[in-house]
Design a protein around this ligand. Structure first.
Ligand code: GRF
Length: 194
């Protein structure tokens, strides 16, 4: 029998995507195991969830490090120790260096709240509304050195309504993110046979 793929999830705040992924990975048929959470924010809401689930959560505060490389070296240590195979960034609000992303080439994925390549970066919902966009959504993609770049694994679309605010649109997209990330893991599992 093949060993389950060892998954780490990176998050920075409430961690709702991390929690959805955790529930998904808890199913034995998925073939993946959530072995480590890492957050760069000591006050992140998701830490409580990890405690309650008994998932190790490394709190690595980027403000404790003078350089990105120093911060990432600490993450790498934790990832090595937990023998991680696949990293899922889920609301991880910290840019990763090209060195780090290249080391994890095709083994680090991310979810972004827009239909990439449109609306890379922050405040995607407000920007879509400001442009009068009719459609919005989310993308799960392999990470590359450029921010919010890399091969798309899957996308989900939602209509933009006339009365939408950034909050209502964000809530509609988040619901889809919660479906999209587990689906992306299923696709990767099928492709790589885990
Ligand atoms: C999500 O919309 C994610 O796509 C974006 O930040 C948000 C994080 O939400 N990068 P959560 O922490 O997973 O609840």
């Amino acid at each position: 029998m093949t060993q389950p793929v060892r998954v780490a999830i990176l998050f920075s705040a409430r961690g709702s995507n991390m929690q959805r992924l955790a529930h998904h990975l808890a199913k034995p048929s998925v073939g993946g195991e959530f072995v480590l959470a890492i957050t760069n924010r000591p006050a992140a809401g998701g830490i409580e969830f990890c405690k309650a689930q008994g998932v190790p959560c490394a709190v690595i505060d980027h403000e404790d490090y003078e350089t990105r490389a120093g911060f990432e070296a600490e993450m790498q240590k934790a990832l090595d120790k937990a023998q991680v195979d696949l990293i899922c960034a889920a609301g991880f609000m910290r840019l990763l260096t090209a060195d780090f992303v290249t080391r994890w080439h095709d083994r680090i994925i991310n979810i972004h709240p827009s239909l990439l390549p449109a609306y890379k970066g922050l405040n995607t919902h407000a920007r879509v509304l400001a442009d009068g966009g009719k459609e919005h959504g989310c993308s799960v993609h392999y990470m590359r050195a450029e921010m919010d770049d890399g091969p798309i694994i899957l996308q989900k679309r939602v209509p933009v309504h006339g009365k939408d605010t950034a909050d209502t649109l964000s809530a509609r997209v988040l619901k889809l993110e919660h479906i999209a990330y587990p689906e992306a893991i299923k696709q990767i599992a099928l492709k790589s046979g885990f």
